[in-house]
Design a protein around this ligand. Structure first.
Ligand code: SME
Length: 154
């Protein structure tokens, strides 16, 4: 959509690598990644991570308003990304069956699974206040962001 400022993904990814390349602590890596994404991405109202613990998703580092802590695998956009092991790009969250509304401002969303040792350990979740915020380029570039994290934690 034309009212979204372009993201310089190349710069974002270079900054991410230099921010996390000497770091091994997962929470520190995810905290700085959520802050960097929040700085770079226009028209987003929540950026953060959910991590799998005892077979459910638990809220991890994020930027935005307080959010739901527990999400069951298979539920909501986040739980669906885990059970399908596939990025979910939702143009209108109000049309997504079972969408979990943590922030009433959210209208579209992208959720990308994060892997370690070929297993999903959590997701990156980004919410936007406008519909259709994330296009195919955003999906590809944000999947690269997740690959950078995966390389750092493997
Ligand atoms: N909307 C998500 C829940 C997490 S919040 O967006 C931060 C979902 O349906 O899984």
């Amino acid at each position: 959509m034309s009212d979204i400022k372009n993201t310089n993904y190349d710069l974002l990814q270079k900054q991410l690598i230099s921010l996390i390349e000497d770091e091994s602590n997962l929470i520190a890596i995810l905290s700085n990644t959520s802050a960097l994404l929040n700085d770079h991405l226009d028209q987003v109202n929540w950026v953060g991570f959910y991590l799998i613990e005892n077979n459910e998703l638990i809220l991890g580092p994020f930027q935005g308003h307080p959010a739901c802590v527990h999400i069951q695998i298979g539920k909501g956009v986040c739980g669906t990304a885990v059970s399908n092991n596939e990025t979910q790009v939702v143009k209108d969250v109000h049309q997504f069956p079972g969408h979990i509304a943590c922030d009433a401002n959210s209208n579209s969303e992208i959720v990308i699974p994060i892997h370690k040792d070929n297993k999903i350990i959590g997701v990156l979740d980004i919410d936007a206040p406008i519909k259709s915020r994330f296009n195919d380029e955003d999906r590809k570039e944000l999947e690269k962001v997740v690959s950078i994290i995966e390389n750092q934690i493997k």
